[in-house]
Ligand binder design. Structure first.
Ligand SMILES: Cc1cc2nc3c(=O)[nH]c(=O)nc-3n(C[C@H](O)[C@H](O)[C@H](O)COP(=O)(O)O)c2cc1C
Length: 216
């Protein structure tokens, strides 16, 4: 009996390693609760923050992905506020996750990944060759109506850019703390990617960010 339990546990572990997020088609994928303890001291993470453009083949396990997304823009207070500030608390930036087993939209409040396609679209999230090899590519998409600016609001682009930048820096610091490689990117074919993301009118791709383990 014990052998059987060990064999099942071993099998689940293999599935988790080979298929880091989930089989596509089963609806939203619940991520494990983020682990919010530990990590490097802040000053050390700042010291180690850098852009890295070479990635190993190693995938992110669900726990690391959950921690990463929470650090990026997770809910950190009972009133629904987040790990990154946003102008007027509009929380208008959504994070899409391009992984080997598909493209997902992260729901920060449920900490779940909503599948969009089972195709590997990592290469499409950037114009540089290293992008396809990163374990995940995060795509930061602004919901302009949610950001609240009316037509002609000259500040809207500035505020959305700033809101995206602070999320990207959270990811940089998480990666520095965890020994992960990352680079934030403006180099994106936005038109081609927007089609695959199935964006609504009023949504716009702002930046993308590659994350993975560094190539040794
Ligand atoms: C808004 C923004 C856009 C960027 N776009 C790209 C990009 O498209 N491709 C890329 O390889 N790096 C990109 N970078 C990374 C910068 O090149 C990098 O931060 C800079 O060279 C300084 O290096 P460091 O991050 O290691 O300090 C971008 C950085 C920022 C802040």
């Amino acid at each position: 009996m014990r052998f059987k339990a060990n064999a099942i546990a071993g099998g689940l572990l293999i599935v988790a390693l080979v298929c880091p997020i989930a089989a596509y088609g089963a609806g939203p994928v619940q991520l494990p609760a983020p682990r919010t303890e530990g990590g490097k001291p802040l000053m050390q993470a700042l010291k180690d923050r850098q852009s890295t453009r070479t990635f190993s083949d190693r995938k992110l396990d669900p726990q690391t992905l959950s921690n990463l997304l929470w650090a990026a823009f997770g809910v950190n207070r009972p009133d629904g506020r987040r790990t990154a500030p946003s102008a007027r608390n509009r929380q208008e930036i959504e994070i899409y996750v391009a992984a080997p087993d598909g493209l997902f939209l992260w729901d920060a409040h449920k900490n779940a990944l909503n599948p969009i396609t089972d195709r590997d679209l990592r290469a499409l999230t950037g114009v540089q060759s290293y992008v396809r090899g990163a374990a995940v590519n995060l795509v930061y998409v602004a919901d302009y109506p949610k950001s609240g600016g009316g037509a002609g609001d000259a500040d809207q682009d500035i505020l959305i850019g700033a809101d995206t930048g602070v999320i990207a820096e959270n990811v940089y610091l998480f990666c520095a703390s965890e020994g992960l490689a990352t680079v934030v990117r403006a180099g994106i074919d936005r038109e081609a990617l927007a089609k695959e993301l199935k964006l609504r009118p009023g949504q716009k791709i702002i930046l993308a960010q590659s994350v993975g383990y560094p190539k040794k």
